[in-house]
Write a protein that binds this ligand. Sequence first.
Ligand SMILES: [Zn+2]
Length: 202
Amino acid sequence: MYEGPVQDLIDELGKLPGVGPKSAQRIAFHLLGVEPPELDRLQAVLQKIREGVRFCAQCGTVADGDLCRICADPRRDRSMICVVEEPKDVPAIERTREFRGRYHVLGGALDPLSGVGPEQLRIRELLTRIGSQDDGVDVTEVIIATDPNTEGEATATYLVRMLRDFPGLTVTRLASGLPMGGDLEFADELTLGRAFSGRRTL
Ligand SMILES: [Zn+2]
């Protein structure tokens, strides 16, 4: 236990996910030693987040402008949409280099016990995207890449039901092999890449 702002800093850092008391202390003392401009940059970034982060008008991931970099990229395949739960799943799949289409971020997974139903997720936006031709190109494949856990599976099942009636649309799900109960973002690149290339039609 320390006195004053140092302990406050340790306490705040310790509230972050994945940061235990020892790490919190190490980061705090690291910050005490950095040059003032570096602290200014950190403070400025936190302030920007405080003012509000923007989300891509199309896919819903974090963006710097109206559209995220992937949606704005004309080289990405507009006929494929990969559905994920959270923005953090996008870089995880990008790292596998298996996917050249675009994404759709749901904003979570179905979890009735916690009050998360279809209306709380960006499912209607997904259906609109598919139904209205993304930029004039028919969407021919939707890859469901929700997390390999109970909520993720329930969400996948629900999506399959909703997407069944779109003519000419193939719905696929990542192959098994991902650690069950886990988070997509924690799967290693190789495993996730294999799950991607071995995806199966539902
Ligand atoms: Zn986007």
